[in-house]
Ligand binder design. Structure first.
Ligand code: AMP
Length: 536
């Protein structure tokens, strides 16, 4: 027997409609690329997204067309999220930190018809435009006053592009399974691959993100997404904020500690989210200047494992609740969040810190399991590790333009991460399977060694890689960045590591460098380190 309730489709346009109607006066504040602070409301955002949708239609964009964006976190980029997907096209966020050849590949693979480009990225677009034959027009995210001279074909300022639309427009009623947004994975091997989200997966993911034990979004939330709108849809924040009525503060092009701190303080930001490499200098800046934003109460961190020393600094020195999250582009990207239960809060501090290195538990909507090399399920005992597999309504099935299912025979997505799962379903990522180091038949977790190294007072960043070894197969080496004005030695670092690691887990060498090679999404590029150090 069928139920008798409405089959209202879950659509991205319904998120912005809801925000405009119910939280119409709640603010969105942006540091603009032009400089000044811009502020308006969710109702304004809704109205301008409608104008954009109309303008896209007038240009001849139809359902399913891909539209690229090369933009910072600002209100105009937010409007692209809603105007493009809302009218049935696909919002394809591009990561401007990628190598230009990779960008060219991605834009052409996606067949983007229009590129929306922030002022900062106009030179980048100009440099590659002759290799992008499918792009019909470039819209620069600014007004006519700030519109630069540009060689881009058919270029127009965003404000002029939408100015002709009168707002007399109804969002189309789409199928909730239609494509809405496209995001390519970092692709450490082979070409980048596109994760093509649906309206349904995005809306369900927004619900998941807003949950109390996840990002806890509500009208009293004032969130500053440090995580870019071009990285896995800003972890869903731009979709869950209108659902929950949160205020958003966008940092625009400025990610330096001073700019972030000033904005957080001025706008009473109480919650922010980003990768650890942004928080490390931020915490240092607050220490040096004694100016932690007073309202900042919670920080969600993911993308890579944050060192326990960072978590300790946030909580003990600055009174900020730290939540460790894990996910991947293929999961929209939310996978798990480590929110402590009362019993974890009661743990002695040292044990609690160790517990917080776990990546947390899945919200409703994500299921997790671990399997051995033959695909057999492994116990959730917090000790045995195996490949982490996931499933749920916001997990990928196959990549864009690639019909091959990426799922196991019984319908799970293999993440390529290696993890343990404990009896309460908290996962702990031991490593990326390709980053685990096998030495003398035993596995060494590069993340464990890195975390321990970053607990050394004079080390701010550390990466551990395995290099080939005749006797042991592989041996770990540590590449570290020293804290400013410090001079750590190999001996002091090894002595520190020996406090918690077994002898055979200790790196054979410790190299000090000024900086580690970082990828476009804030992760250390271990492939580059391997190329460089394997040869030494
Ligand atoms: P991306 O799709 O670029 O977001 O990368 C996803 C991958 O980043 C995951 O499969 C993990 O290997 C890694 N990752 C994300 N969050 C974490 C975390 N909290 N701890 C360890 N690794 C993480």
């Amino acid at each position: 027997m069928r139920g008798r309730m409405m089959q209202t489709p879950l659509l991205i346009s319904s998120l912005i409609e809801h925000a405009g109607r119910v939280y119409g006066t709640q603010e969105i504040v942006s540091r603009t690329v032009e400089g000044p602070i811009h502020r308006y409301t969710w109702l304004d955002a809704r109205n301008r997204s409608i104008q954009l949708a109309q303008a896209l239609g007038a240009h001849g964009i139809t359902a399913g067309d891909r539209i690229g964006t090369l933009g910072w976190n600002t209100y105009r980029h937010l409007e692209l999220y809603y105007g493009i997907s809302g009218m049935g096209a696909v919002c394809h966020t591009l990561n401007p930190r990628l190598h230009p050849t990779e960008l060219v590949y991605i834009v052409n693979h996606a067949e983007d018809r229009i590129l929306f480009v922030d002022l900062t990225f106009v030179p980048l677009a100009e440099a590659v435009a002759d290799k992008l034959p499918g792009v019909e027009r470039y819209v620069v995210l600014t007004d006519s006053e700030n519109m630069p001279e540009t060689a881009l074909s058919n270029a127009i300022a965003y404000e002029d592009f939408i100015a002709g639309s009168d707002g007399d427009y109804e969002w189309p009623v789409l199928d909730e399974g239609d494509a809405a947004a496209l995001c390519y994975t970092s692709g450490t091997t082979g070409h980048p691959k596109g994760a093509l989200y649906t309206h349904r997966s995005t809306v369900l993911h927004a619900f998941g993100v807003a949950m109390p034990d996840v990002f806890n979004m509500r009208p009293s939330t004032c969130v500053l997404p440090i995580v870019p709108l071009f990285h896995a849809c800003s972890w869903g924040i731009a979709y869950s904020a209108p659902l929950a009525g949160a205020k958003i503060v966008f940092p625009g092009p400025r990610y330096d500690p001073e700019a972030l701190t000033d904005l957080m303080t001025a706008e009473s930001v109480n919650y922010c989210a980003g990768v650890p490499s942004v928080f490390i200098p931020l915490v240092q800046y607050w220490r040096d200047h004694g100016n932690k934003p007073p309202s900042l109460a919670m920080a969600v961190m993911g993308g890579t494992a944050p060192p326990p020393s960072l978590c300790a600094a946030l909580e003990e020195d600055f009174g900020i609740e730290f939540r460790h999250a894990w996910g991947m582009t293929e999961m929209s990207p939310l996978g798990t969040v480590n929110t402590l239960m009362p019993e974890h809060r009661a743990l002695p501090l040292e044990q609690r810190r160790i517990f917080q290195t776990k990546q947390g538990r899945p919200p409703f909507g994500v299921e997790v399991r671990i399997v051995d090399d033959d695909g057999n399920r492994l116990p959730h005992d917090g000790i045995v590790f195996g490949e982490l597999q996931v499933r749920g309504p916001w997990v990928i099935q196959s990549y864009f333009k690639d019909d091959e299912s990426r799922l196991t025979e019984d319908g799970w997505f293999p993440t390529g991460d290696v993890a343990t799962i404990d009896s309460q379903c908290y996962i702990h990522i031991t490593d990326r399977s390709k980053d685990l180091i096998k030495s003398g038949g035993e596995w060494i977790s590069s993340i464990d060694v890195e975390n321990t190294a970053m607990g050394h007072d004079d080390i701010v960043m550390a990466a551990v890689i395995g290099i080939p070894d005749e006797r042991w197969d592989e041996r770990p080496i540590l590449i570290a960045v020293a804290a400013p004005d410090s001079n750590p030695t190999k001996e002091s670092v090894l002595e520190h590591l020996a406090g918690t690691l077994a002898k055979w887990q200790l790196p054979d060498e410790v190299y000090f460098v000024d900086e580690l090679p970082m990828g476009a999404t804030g992760k250390v590029q271990k492939t580059k380190l391997r190329e460089q150090y394997a040869a030494e």
